[in-house]
Structures are given as C-alpha cells and as structure tokens.
Design a protein around this ligand. Structure first.
Ligand SMILES: [Zn+2]
Length: 341
C-alpha cells in the first residue's frame, strides 16, 4: 500500500486491516453544503472505495464562507455543488471512485441512488429529506448519521437500524414549514459545521471499518459560542416507543404521494419544482427561446434565466429552482410561463 495512508494505518483503531476494509466500502453524502463538503473531504482523504455525492443545488457566493470544497471559479463556471465537489475531490485523491448526482433525492430515485451505500451521511438542510432518508435506511438496514447546524449550535446522532433509536423515535413528524430556524434566518459560523461534519466523518470511519463498539451513543449537542457540550442519553427511547418507522415498519415517506412536487427551499427565498416525468431538455433550444425574455446562460448541467427580480435555474431533467420568491404559487406561475407546465 502506498504511503498516502501511513498515518492512518499507524492509528490503533484502523491498522492495515481497517485500511483494507475501508477500501472496499462505500458511503453516500446527501447534501453537499457546509456539512457535506467537510465530511466528503475527510472521507475521500481517508481512502474509502466509493463515495456518492447527492445535491440538488448550485453554488452561490454566500456559500463560500463555510462550504470548504468550493471557490469563486466554481461560481463563475455556474457549477452545481455535486459536480464542483467531485472535481475538487478527484484532485485530492484520484484513487477513490466518486459519483455526483445533481438531483433532488425523492421516493422515485432514492433506491437507485443509495441502495449500495454502507453508510449514509446527512448533509441536508431540511426535514423532508431527513425523514425520507430515515425511512429508507431503517427499511434497508443501512446506518446513517444525522447532522444539523444553526448559528453556533450543532447536533449529530448515529442511527443504526434496529439497534438505536431512529429519527422518528426522537421526532414524530416534520416540523411545519417556517417554524424552524435555518442558516438563512439565524446565520451560521463555519467552525460549528466543520466540527459536526468532522464528528460525522469519524463515526462513518468507525462504521466502515467495522468498529461498531466505539460508536457515539445518543444525541450530541454542541454550542461553540457558549462552549457547551451536551450528550442527551436517549438510547432507551426505542424500547419505550411504538415508533411508526422502526417498530411498526410503516415507511410513509417512501410513498410518492407524501412527497411534495413543489417545495419552498428552507429560508433560501427560492422554490424547487419537480417534474413527475423525467424530461431531457435541450438547453440550446430552450436558450434560443428564452433569450427573447431575459438574460440566459447555460452549460452541460444547468441553464439560468434572469428575469425581473427572479432567477430560474433549470436542470436537464426538467427540475427547476426559482429564486426571488418563497411563494410556491408565484414560482409555479413563472415556471409555467417560461418553461412550460
Ligand atoms: Zn424509530
């Protein structure tokens, strides 16, 4: 084995055997924002076999303060986050197979996207995707690592199906839209995201190398501004509860009807619109048509149209993100007017 992993092999918890096991394993990171960038960086450097990165968004200037895989050039090139992350990570460690998915994880595509992962890392910013992940992972017996940050506070918890409480044991349902603070309403400092993602990456390394006995138990909550670290011991809530997901085995978030085709994106002043049928949009033709109504730019991954105070980003499968509004009906109207219904 090359010198690349020498220090990690020296570490008593990994060794030659652990490194070899790691090489045969795969992980998936869902959401490549502040958490996803850091955990992807750490895992790719550690030398796992295969990493999937799933993200639905493109990079904006306000991301650069904390999303450590991106730079100004990525913004100028209009790259989706998953693609920019893949390009950066391939330069860091070309021995790891990396696949980028520029998509919204939903009940229709989650099985094909995630079924062969040995561990899934939560880098999302919303509960709809987390509940979907939780149902999928409990059903398919895949460990996943919850992570969330806001302000200077971060939380993380390992979910090992049928062994530890699942997300639904802790939280019965998705908090209504607008009731939870987001990075865009309360702000965030980069170090808390970096810290939580580092913990997630360490827990993933333990899972991938089979060191289940040293996994962190319970829900860890850290406030870096007030210097508080709390461990909430919730290990026994699964025994006491009659959890819909992990006790009753009803996976309602995997049902297509439950998933919204139009979603206001968490505090981002933007709305995502999905298509029921996968399209294959010809950007050259669409750009010709839209050039008459506004400022258009496109590459292989994304077409953007600026019009009045709105900006439309269209992806090849017909999915779209409309920035400049949180109102789903306004966004739907703009989409129907310029892209088609
Ligand atoms: Zn549960």
């Amino acid at each position: 084995m090359s010198n690349r992993y020498a220090r990690q092999i020296l570490f008593y918890g990994i060794g030659e055997a652990g490194q070899k096991t790691l090489r045969e394993k795969s992980a998936a990171i869902v959401g490549c924002g502040a958490l996803g960038c850091t955990s992807a960086n750490l895992l790719v450097r550690s030398g796992l076999g295969y990493l999937k990165i799933i993200d639905r968004d493109f990079i904006e200037e306000s991301n650069l303060q904390r999303q450590s895989l991106f730079d100004e050039e990525d913004i100028n090139k209009n790259l989706p986050k998953a693609i920019a992350a893949q390009k950066k990570l391939e330069k860091i460690n070309p021995h790891v197979r990396i696949k980028a998915f520029v998509t919204d994880l939903n009940p229709s595509n989650i099985n094909n996207t995630l079924r062969d992962a040995d561990v899934i890392i939560d880098g999302t910013d919303n509960f709809e995707t987390r509940f979907l992940l939780n149902d999928f992972c409990v059903k398919n017996c895949i460990p996943w690592i919850y992570g969330a940050c806001i302000g200077s506070i971060g939380m993380t918890m390992n979910i090992i199906p049928s062994k530890t409480p699942c997300l639904r044991c802790v939280l019965e349902d998705i908090p209504p839209f607008g009731t939870t603070e987001t990075c865009d309403t309360a702000g965030i400092i980069a170090p808390i995201a970096s810290l939580i993602a580092s913990i997630q990456a360490a827990e993933a390394l333990k899972i991938l190398t089979g060191n289940f006995d040293v996994l962190s138990k319970g829900l860890l909550k850290i406030d870096l501004w007030r210097n508080e670290i709390k461990k909430l011991h919730i290990e026994d809530i699964r025994e006491k509860s009659d959890c819909v997901t992990c006790k009753q085995h009803h996976y309602e978030f995997l049902s297509k009807d439950r998933y919204s085709m139009t979603t206001a994106l968490c505090g981002r002043n933007a709305v995502q619109i999905l298509q029921r049928e996968m399209a294959n949009i010809d950007f050259t033709k669409l750009a010709e048509r839209l050039n008459k109504v506004g400022e258009v730019s496109f590459n292989n991954f994304i077409l953007r149209l600026k019009i009045d105070k709105y900006e439309l980003a269209v992806f090849p499968d017909g999915r779209s993100i409309i920035s400049g509004t949180n109102d789903v009906s306004v966004a739907r109207g703009i989409y129907a007017k310029y892209i088609g219904s």
